[in-house]
Design a protein around this ligand. Sequence first.
Ligand SMILES: [Zn+2]
Ligand SMILES: [Zn+2]
Length: 138
Amino acid sequence: MTGKYSGGCSCGGVRYETSAEPVLQGNCHCHQCQRMTGSGYSATLFFPAPAVNVSGEVRVHSYIGNSGKEVRRSFCPNCGSQLFGQPSVMAGLLGIRAGTLDDTSMYAPTVNICTSSAAPWDHLDPSLPNFPEMPPMS
Ligand SMILES: [Zn+2]
Ligand SMILES: [Zn+2]
């Protein structure tokens, strides 16, 4: 694996890498992301899906997100680490959870979304723009 961005799950059963640059990076504070992460928000980098090479098997959970459209989330069936998110409103993109990067310092969020659901104990980066709900997707 020689991509610029690489990472994997907790047990090492799933690995990924890409040489592409992320097209979007941000923190989502919706309650579904809080449940998924077990924490205050999800931190995700979105890449063009075909540019990401994945090895190992993931399991996919689908549900209807705040947008009213399907969201697919992939996790390692062995260790349970959340790895990927694919909201259908962002067709063609694959979201990678920032905490799974080999070098987590490569994550550079540019936006906070769904901040109306942010937990009161969560400290939001004041230098980032906040969207109380899901911003409109073109
Ligand atoms: Zn695993
Ligand atoms: Zn969310």
